[in-house]
Design a protein around this ligand. Structure first.
Ligand code: AMP
Ligand code: MG
Length: 339
């Protein structure tokens, strides 16, 4: 077991030395906490997969701090990718482009493309700048579980398995970056995030959303984003999404009651609920919901919830990203009350 160093705003420079010498450090970003390693150090990068228990064909996102870091990593940057980078970097948008040989297969999960993002969090940017090397960094959680949005979440999952955790406070968005690919010229959203389809279309026009964002992949189907084929964001308890109007949701959960059942609800539902509840935010405050989602899913396991019925978030804006993560947590189990 490693002695994991716990660092913060004042002493995170120590993480730079750790990363320089091939270690693993969890760092804060504006989306979720990332588990970082030097992308050119193949051994360090494989350590990420071991620490997380991540399947080796699930590629990592490369984090950069200046536009000049991109050119060595990709064979070309398309006009559309450049326009999006100009508009949204630093920020929660990841672009997938054809990779050069400088990006090893451990980082790309064997694909001939690489996913790149420039994070906005000051600590992440400062660490990458001072190191002068891009960092491979997936979410800093045990594979399959909810992503970490606080340093405590990282501690709970990875203490003793990595060299350091930098506490930079709770993450601003709480859901992972939007991932968009440009591999066959057409832009396609592989994972929704805080940069929405509407925001993207304002810059580059018509943009497709990959079907795997809202549909379960059939067996044998290949995933455009390998992460989509794995169980993901799931607490130990069973998660079921309940889609319908507020009154329908309340009536539904109140009827179920009993046992180890919880309503995973919005603040406004609380006065009407007759069963135990966990709220993930105000019904119209989608940013608050996205900041809270993974924390509340983790909380479900600390209280040994058996099954949670989730009030479906609004599917607009960042709510669409929330809906996508919830679909995955629920293994696509949705009860539709509108029908
Ligand atoms: P995480 O950082 O843990 O959220 O995981 C990174 C996500 O980015 C996964 O869902 C990957 O499937 C996706 N990703 C990374 N690299 C690529 C790539 N080259 N092509 C498509 N998706 C990618
Ligand atoms: Mg992840």
């Amino acid at each position: 077991m490693l002695k994991t160093k716990l660092l913060n705003y004042e002493n995170y420079d120590q993480a730079i030395e750790i990363l320089r010498s091939g270690g693993l450090a969890a760092i804060p970003t504006e989306t979720v906490y990332g588990l970082a390693a030097n992308i050119f150090d193949r051994k360090a990068v494989s350590g990420i997969f071991t620490a997380k228990g991540r399947p080796s064909d699930n590629p990592l996102i490369v984090h950069i701090s200046t536009m000049s870091m991109v050119s060595g990593l990709v064979t070309e940057i398309t006009h559309k990718a450049q326009a999006l980078a100009d508009k949204f970097w630093p920020g929660p948008l990841t672009v997938v482009l054809p990779k050069t040989d400088k990006v090893n297969n451990t980082v790309s999960g064997g694909l001939n493309t690489v996913a790149i993002r420039m994070p906005k969090h000051k600590i992440a940017l400062d660490i990458i700048n001072k190191l002068g090397i891009p960092l491979a960094a997936p979410s800093a959680n045990r594979s399959g579980g909810p992503s970490p949005t606080t340093a405590k979440h990282v501690y709970d999952d990875l203490y003793g398995r990595i060299d350091a955790i930098v506490d930079g406070g709770p993450c601003e968005f709480g859901v992972e970056s939007t991932v968009i690919s440009f591999t066959d010229n057409a832009a396609k959203i592989l994972r929704p995030g805080a940069i929405t389809r509407e925001m993207i279309e304002e810059v580059i026009g018509n943009t497709e959303v990959d079907k795997a964002v809202y549909n379960k992949l059939k067996s044998g189907q290949t995933a455009a984003s390998p992460g989509m084929k794995y169980k993901h964001y799931s607490p130990k308890c069973k998660v079921v999404i309940v889609d319908g109007r507020k009154e329908q949701y309340i009536e539904f959960v109140n009827k179920i009651g009993g046992g180890n059942v919880y309503a995973f609800c919005c603040d406004e539902d609380i006065p009407f609920l007759k069963i135990p509840y966990i709220s993930y935010g105000g019904e119209n405050n989608l940013l608050e919901q996205s900041k809270n989602l993974f924390d509340r899913l983790r909380y479900c396991d600390t209280i040994n919830a058996g099954i949670v019925y989730v009030r479906c978030p609004k599917k607009a804006g960042i709510g669409f990203a929330l809906y996508n993560r919830l679909l995955r947590s629920a293994g696509f189990e949705v009860i539709n009350l509108e029908r």
